[in-house]
Every structure is written in structure tokens, then in C-alpha cells.
Design a protein around this ligand. Structure first.
Ligand SMILES: CC/C=C\C=C\CC(=O)SCCNC(=O)CCNC(=O)[C@H](O)C(C)(C)COP(=O)(O)OP(=O)(O)OC[C@H]1O[C@@H](n2cnc3c(N)ncnc32)[C@H](O)[C@@H]1OP(=O)(O)O
Length: 310
């Protein structure tokens, strides 16, 4: 064993023995606690719950390339950040999300299509990268290990529906209006609505009707359709309701909650047989958690259980 390897082992041992609080203050591992810097998102924390807010109110939170990239970096971070146990996704300003930014988003695409330096194949590859970034951004919400509750108010259009389709739970205020609007812009939706929505709501016929017409769906219809699971009188009530739900989720065993999300995600796209096999493999390790004992002891003592972060 050379000197460098010995040094690395000593360093590793020190890191493992280091108290966690100290590790968080150590600049070399500080990334664990730092939310990525964002201009088009605002992120606030309260008691293990993170509220991620779309923050382009002057454009009704329409999506730009930058917003897609910021969303991805925040959700990738929160997925791994042990202090985070549940997330609320909401929108600042008058509307939750007006879909693709028709000024900046579209002008970028049009500039690319008009670029005479590039042949058709190269333009297609550039467009492919663009769509992949948008898809990957939303998929990071679905893959995030922590449950995400969307709190939707006013307009939620086009890419906004792709966004909420990746969330675990959707709440809305009674003023909410939804539309699979892509058909009115002249494109087949490509960032998740058509792949996810009918699986969420279990109504293929109505999904097709809405996708082919771009018709508005008002909050009560969205509730009946199964797109949202609860309605609130106002935006503030909706965010409050979503935060309370997230806080309730955050009080449960993180091992149990995260395992449940992973299992439900897997089951949506696999057979019952495969999914049962999957949960055996998952739980053969996760059933060894101390959270089972903590829960049982708290019940016996008639106290609320307190769980460690994951
Ligand atoms: C690779 C492709 C990936 C994804 C593709 C997704 C496709 C889609 O998302 S399709 C949906 C596209 N979105 C729309 O068609 C919505 C357009 N906006 C509206 O219809 C309305 O603005 C509204 C959302 C119904 C809100 O109305 P209101 O509250 O009355 O506000 P306005 O005065 O209309 O708007 C205020 C301000 O915001 C700007 N804005 C609104 N939406 C967008 C948008 N999608 N893109 C860019 N900017 C938007 C609007 O222009 C106003 O700006 P001012 O500078 O103040 O004029």
C-alpha cells in the first residue's frame, strides 16, 4: 500500500467518525446543505419541508431553458439532501404556470430553425437536446425521492400540466384553469403530458378529447377528472393545505415514505408480479430500519415518534 492510499484511508476514517453537524460546516463537503443558486425559482424551508416556487411572475411563470435547468438542479439536490423530507411546488404571482415561454422559448427555437449554417440533421440534433433538457427537468421531480405536492392556482397550461403530472399529489384553488394547450400552439406535446396524464387519471377518452381540442378544464372538472385531489377556496388556502400535508408526510418515517414513493413509481409502469418482486428486494434491506422500533416504542409510550434524517 503506498503513502497516498494510506492517507486516503485515514481521511475516509476521519470523515466517517466526524459528527454530522461538523461535516455540514466543513467547506469541502458543504454542497450537502447548499441549495443551488437560482434566479427563476425561489426556495424556502420550514421544518424539513421545502417550498419550491416558480418565480417569473411577470411572465406568469412561463418556462425558459434557464427555468428548466434550475428546476432540475434544485430537485436533484433536494432528492439527495437528507434534511428535506417533503416538497411543495407552487407559483409566485397571478398564475401557477403559463406553459412554454412563447417569447424567449419560441424565439430560441425559431432562431435555430433559421440558422442557415446548420443542415437539417444538425438542427434536429439541437432540437433534440432542447427537448431532452425540458423532459429531464420534469422527470427529476418524478425521480426525486421526496414526495412533491403541487399547489396550483389560476392558469396551468401546456408545459404547466407536464410539470404537475410529475408531482406526487396535486391540490388546486377553485380559480384554477387547466388546458393541454399545445394543439393551439401547433405542436404535439413532448415534455410529458401525453405520456403521463392518462396514467394518472385513468381516463384515456377524456384525455384525448382535451389533448385534441386544447379546451379549458375548470377546477371542479379537474377534480372529477382526477387531475387534482383537493380544492381550496383561494391560492393562500391551497398553499397552506399543501404545506400542512407536506408537514404531515415529513413527520413520518423517511424510510417508509421514500420507499412508498419508489414502490408506487415502479408499480405504475410494471406488472403486479414484477412490482411485488421489486418490493421484496427493496424491503429485504429497508425492513431492517430502526424506524420500526422507534414507531412501536412511541406508540407504547403514547408519544409522537421522531425519526432521523435519511
Ligand atoms: C420543447 C417544447 C417544450 C414545451 C412546450 C410546451 C407547449 C406549451 O406550453 S403550450 C402553452 C403555451 N402558453 C400559452 O399559450 C399561454 C399564453 N398566455 C396566456 O394565454 C395568458 O397570458 C394567460 C396565461 C391566460 C394569463 O392571462 P393574464 O393573467 O391576463 O396575463 P397577461 O396580461 O396575458 O400576461 C401577463 C404577462 O405575461 C406574459 N405571458 C403570459 N404567458 C406567457 C407565455 N406563455 N410566454 C411568455 N410570456 C407570457 C404576457 O405576455 C404578459 O407580458 P407583458 O410583457 O406584460 O405584456
Amino acid at each position: 500500500m503506498n503513502i497516498r492510499t494510506t492517507k486516503s484511508i485515514v481521511l475516509l476514517r476521519k470523515l466517517c467518525l466526524y459528527p454530522r453537524a461538523l461535516r455540514l460546516n466543513n467547506p469541502s463537503v458543504q454542497f450537502i446543505s447548499t441549495i443551488p443558486k437560482c434566479e427563476q425559482l425561489e426556495v424556502v424551508e420550514k421544518d424539513h419541508v421545502f417550498n419550491v416556487k416558480l418565480n417569473r411572475p411577470e411572465s406568469r411563470n412561463a418556462f425558459t431553458l434557464q427555468l428548466w435547468k434550475e428546476l432540475r438542479s434544485v430537485f436533484d439536490h433536494l432528492s439527495d439532501y437528507s434534511k428535506c423530507r417533503a416538497i411543495v411546488l407552487s407559483g409566485n404571482g397571478k398564475s401557477f404556470c403559463a406553459g412554454l415561454d412563447l417569447k424567449h422559448g419560441l424565439t430560441d427555437i425559431i432562431a435555430l430553425l433559421n440558422d442557415n449554417e446548420k443542415d437539417t440533421a444538425r438542427k434536429a440534433l439541437e432540437l433534440r437536446k432542447f427537448i431532452e433538457i425540458a423532459q429531464g427537468s420534469y422527470t427529476s421531480i418524478e425521480k426525486c425521492r421526496k414526495p412533491v405536492v403541487a399547489a396550483i392556482h389560476s392558469y396551468c397550461l401546456g408545459a404547466g400540466i407536464s410539470l404537475i403530472s410529475c408531482c406526487d399529489i396535486r391540490y388546486a384553488s377553485t380559480d384554477a384553469v387547466f388546458s393541454i394547450k399545445e394543439v393551439d400552439v401547433g405542436l404535439a406535446a413532448d415534455v410529458g403530458i401525453l405520456q403521463r396524464v392518462q396514467k394518472l387519471v385513468g381516463n384515456d377518452s377524456l384525455t384525448r378529447e382535451l389533448a385534441y381540442t386544447g379546451r379549458n378544464i375548470h377546477s371542479l372538472d379537474a377534480l372529477n377528472y382526477g387531475l387534482v385531489s383537493r380544492l381550496f377556496e383561494s391560492k393562500d388556502d391551497c398553499i397552506h393545505g399543501a404545506m400542512s400535508l407536506a408537514q404531515e408526510i415529513a413527520s413520518k418515517s423517511p424510510v417508509a415514505v421514500q420507499g412508498s414513493k419508489m414502490a408506487l413509481n415502479y408499480a405504475r409502469n410494471h406488472s403486479v408480479e414484477d412490482s411485488l418482486e421489486w418490493i421484496i428486494t427493496w424491503n429485504q434491506s429497508q425492513l431492517q430500519t430502526e424506524d420500526l422500533i422507534i414507531n412501536a416504542m412511541a406508540k407504547q409510550a403514547k408519544q409522537l415518534p421522531e425519526f432521523k434524517d435519511t
